[in-house]
Each structure stands twice: as structure tokens, then as C-alpha cells.
Design a protein around this ligand. Sequence first.
Ligand code: ADP
Ligand code: MG
Length: 322
Amino acid sequence: MLSEFDLIARFFARPQETAGQVALGIGDDCALLRPTTGTQLAISTDMLVESRHFFADADPFDLGHKCLAVNLSDLAAMGARPVAFTLALSLPDANPEWLAPFAQGMFALADANRCALIGGDTTKGPRTISITVFGEVAPHASLRRDAARVGDDIWVSGNLGDARLTLAALRKEIDLSEEDLAQSAPRMHRPAPRNALGQALAGVAHAAIDVSDGLAGDIKHVLQRSQCGARLNVDALPVGGALAKQVQALRRAFALTGGDDYELCFTAAPAQRERILAAAAAAATPVTRVGTIESDPGLRLVDEHGALYTLDGASFDHFLAP
Ligand code: ADP
Ligand code: MG
């Protein structure tokens, strides 16, 4: 049986942790970071609980990836560069067959984003994974929710609704071909946080949020904080190949309300369109213009002909059912 310290040493402590901005990594009472002069520290925590956020039999590699991905996504949405993270783990047992792939999935993404694991806590209990990420962003460049301005374009990255499409297929709410499922499923299991794009947008875009609970719901947080409204063209929302084949009502509903996408929704002045497209190209992440910030409070959805569109049609309710 592994002790708590053996477990940390074997799976989580790594030599490269005291490089760059990490002055002291795992093993002491605190980690020590070297902050970059003149930047602000961006901090965020996200917790994943078994049976609530993932199934007991979830693939541990994917889970290791995902619990860090959802945290990195918050840094992306702030325009911050990832620096380090801490990991608080509650586990029912110290099972190496679960811990090894979990650590691999987590470190693969951590290394790709040069984000070092610098500490944490380990305890026995129901399986719960809580990560806190630390990032840096220049003052005035951060992408705050309260920074949208009337007249801004509204953009989204990548495409929306694939995680919801996958869930619908797994729940047998819809039939999806094996090929289509193979295309959409990785979006749910291994979401790609948009950190390159988020950093490239810092200082260029105004407000941003990462889409974790569905665009229609998440954008309202920006509108409330920024005291404005928005008009979204539901037919401009980018969807992947598998969702594009579905009927229009489902396509719109999943793109608007599907959770777990981890795309960025951001606003920027129309004068910045070229810079936004250049940032997207540099980050190799497609972006699509989907609406406009308006002074009238509230979210107005319109279809491609400009007609008002409401979310609560009969075809939609079926897919809202828990
Ligand atoms: P303390 O008693 O001060 O809380 P611990 O004995 O819990 O310290 O942890 C010892 C060291 O291991 C600390 O540096 C802590 O940050 C690190 N640590 C504990 N659990 C983890 C984990 N799951 N991942 C990474 N580091 C961890
Ligand atoms: Mg501790």
C-alpha cells in the first residue's frame, strides 16, 4: 500500500518544477513563485466531483486532462498566461493503475502549456479533484466580464455543441453514426482550452468568458457585468461537421445551450477585426463573429433572416430534459 508521501513522490513530484518562475516546488510548506514585475496574478479554482462531474468509471487519462483543462480555460478567458497550479486530491484508495494514467493525462496538458504543478494536498475520501491555477496578465490587458462595450462585435472560438451532441448520443436521445461520434466525443472527454488564443486576445479584445454552461447562459454573465445587452445570430454559431448534419432546431439548441465546450466567447471593437483575425491565425484557432453588443439590456436571439428566435420551442424541450 502506498503512503501519502510515496504517492506524491511517485506520481506528482517532478524535477523540472524548480525552473523558470518556480523558485520552490512540491515538498515544502508552501511553493514559491517568482512573479514577473509589473504583471497581475490571475487565480482560479475548479473542482470536479465523482458522480457529479464525471462517472466513477471515467477514463483516468482523460480525467487528468479535463480537470486541468477546465482550469486553464479560465486563465484563457482572462487573457492570462499559465504559470503554475496546485492539486488537491481526495481519493478512496491509492491505486497506481488509476493514478499513473491520471497523472499522465494531467502532465501532458500541463507541459503543453508550460504550467508547473507546485503543490497540493492529498487525502482519503470520495474521489474529488480540485485544481487552482495561477497565471499572469499585464494590467489593462485582462479580458474581464465587465469590459464589453456597446457596439462591440461578439465572437466565439472553435465550434459549439459537440460535447452536448456526444452526451445526447451516449444517452440515446439521438442516433449518431460511429464516424460522427468519433469526431464529437473527444470534445467532451478531452476539451482543448484556448490558451494561445486567450493570450493573443489580451489587450485587443474587451470582455471574454469561457463557455462551460452553454453560450446563451454564459454570455449573460458578460451582459450583466457590463450592463448592456446583445443580439446573437443563432445561424452564425459555428458547429462541427457532425452537429452540422443534424436538424436545424437541434443544431441551434445544442450550439446555444450545450455545456462543456470550453470555447471562448469574447467582445471587441469592430475596428479590431483584422487584429482579432490575426490573433486567431497566430493561435491556430478559428473564430467566428456571431453578434453585437447593444445598449438595451437582455439577450436577443435572431435567425439568419433577422427574425426573433426563442429558445423554448417544442423541439428544444426534448433536449433540455435532464
Ligand atoms: P502539509 O502538511 O503542509 O499540508 P503535505 O504533507 O500535505 O503538507 O504535503 C507535502 C508536500 O506535498 C507539500 O509541498 C504539498 O504541496 C505537496 N502535495 C501534497 N499533495 C499533493 C498533490 N496531490 N499534488 C502535488 N503536490 C502535493
Ligand atoms: Mg497538506
